[in-house]
Every structure is written in C-alpha cells, then in structure tokens.
Design a protein around this ligand. Structure first.
Ligand code: TMP
Length: 236
C-alpha cells in the first residue's frame, strides 16, 4: 500500500491498494462546514463514521442497492471499489431543514407532503451549486439515464433507511448521496453518516448529526456515539 494518499478530501483520505480496482478509504476526525470556512475536529468521528457507514452499506446491500464497500478493515479504514465518481450530490429530504428551509422560507421541521430530491454540482470552487437535470445534461457530467438511476436508488435508499431508523427512534430528516460508475453501472459511493445525514431523535427532536458542529450546539461527539449505539449496540 502506498503511503501518500492519491486524494485527500475534507473528511477522508484515499489510498491506492495492490488491487487496481480497489481503494482504501481512511476516515479522519477533521470536520468542516460552510465549504471549508469553519474547521474543527470531532474526536473519533472517523471511527464513528466508518462504523456507521459500514452498517448502512451492509443494510442497503441486503436490500438490493449496489454500493462500493468491499470490506471494513480497521476502525478507520474501509476497502472500496474504485469508482469513476459522478460529480453530482443527490440530496433527499423528508422534512424541511437546512438550505431548503432557508431557500423556500419554511420553518425548519416542517413536514412536507411529498419527498424532495435535489441535485448539486459537486464543485468546491463554486460551493456545490444546486442544479437540475438539464444543467447536468448540458454540462455532460452524467447521462439522463444515469440521473434517473441515481434518483431511483436515492428514493429506495430513503425508504430503507427511514424505516430502519424509525425503529431505532431516529427520524431521517434529509441526507446526501454520491454515486460513481463501476464496470459501466451506477453504484453508491462515499459515506452515509451523521456528516451526510440529518438525524433527529423521534421523540425529543434532538439533533444527532453534524448540525451540532455546524451550529455550535455542543455535545457533538455524543451525537455520533449515540447514532452508532442505536444502530449497532456498540459503545465506544
Ligand atoms: P443542506 O440542507 O445544507 O443543503 O444539507 C442537506 C443534506 O446534505 C444534509 O443531510 C447534510 C448533507 N450535506 C452534506 O453531506 N455535505 C454538504 O456539504 C452539505 C452542505 C450538506
């Protein structure tokens, strides 16, 4: 395994492995918000996110969603299939929150009569702008068929995760997915964790996700810890 990452993002490092079509993902404790303007550390976030993502990828795999996880190899490392990343972030929303609540002028927590799917162009220099399928087609970053596949998976994933989390007394408010192409097929990549989802306690509506960091709400580590515990029973 090479020592230098071939790519370093805000929360993860990516390394090549001896297998050409597999990569190693290392989950860091670094946390950023507002496109990197706010920086910090969430102690053991890398461990929590690796374990929580592993749990969700396995759950989704059992339910027929193709994903990149090959094997989880340590507390902070997973082996994944090498995808050609599609530079589109797919966001699914069940309850209005965050940027949607702001854009439409809805109160955070408003139940929406139907699920909302949004597409963002993954580009840090532009601050990941909201785009639609026409923009994506015109930019040539994904085909219409690929967009349709990503949206179909995103809605299936929403059903699987929402149902599972509801049984653990967690409400899935919204989440972000990234996909890539592997051997010609769209498959789920990246991570699914409190960094990339909004989780609210079903009874108290307490936030159990990265909004605690973004908004300086305190007890950030405890939120990640609680999500892992409710999903797997594991205490760190
Ligand atoms: P938003 O309301 O800020 O647009 O976020 C929607 C969802 O996407 C939320 O669950 C958090 C997640 N998200 C990311 O995973 N990465 C990001 O950079 C942002 C802005 C949001």
């Amino acid at each position: 395994m090479s020592k230098q990452p071939i790519y370093e993002g805000k929360a993860k490092q990516i390394f090549e492995t001896e297998h050409q079509d597999e990569l190693l993902v290392y989950f860091k404790d670094d946390a950023t918000a507002f496109n990197g303007l706010k920086k910090g550390t969430i102690i053991n976030k890398g461990v929590f996110n690796n374990k929580i993502s592993t749990f969700f990828f396995k759950l989704l795999g059992e339910n027929g969603i193709p994903h990149h996880l090959v094997k989880t190899i340590s507390d902070r490392e997973m082996l994944v299939k090498r995808l050609t990343i599609v530079p589109v972030e797919v966001v699914v929303r069940n309850i209005a929150a965050g940027s949607l609540a702001k854009r439409i002028g809805w109160e955070e927590g408003k139940k929406m009569p139907s699920t909302v799917v949004e597409l963002y162009y993954k580009n840090d220099d532009l601050g990941d702008p909201l785009v639609n399928d026409y923009h994506i087609k015109a930019m040539g970053i994904a085909t219409e068929e690929q967009v349709a596949t990503m949206e179909k998976y995103a809605l299936q994933i929403n059903n699987i995760l929402s149902d599972y989390l509801a049984a653990k007394k967690i409400e899935l408010i919204d989440f972000k997915l990234e996909f890539g192409v592997y051997k010609g097929e769209i498959i789920l990549g990246d991570e699914i964790s409190p960094d990339t989802c909004r989780f609210w306690d079903s009874e108290t509506h307490e936030k159990l996700d990265k909004d605690r960091f973004r908004r300086d709400l305190g007890n950030v580590e405890d939120a990640y810890k609680e999500v892992l515990y409710r999903l797997t029973g594991e205490s760190l």
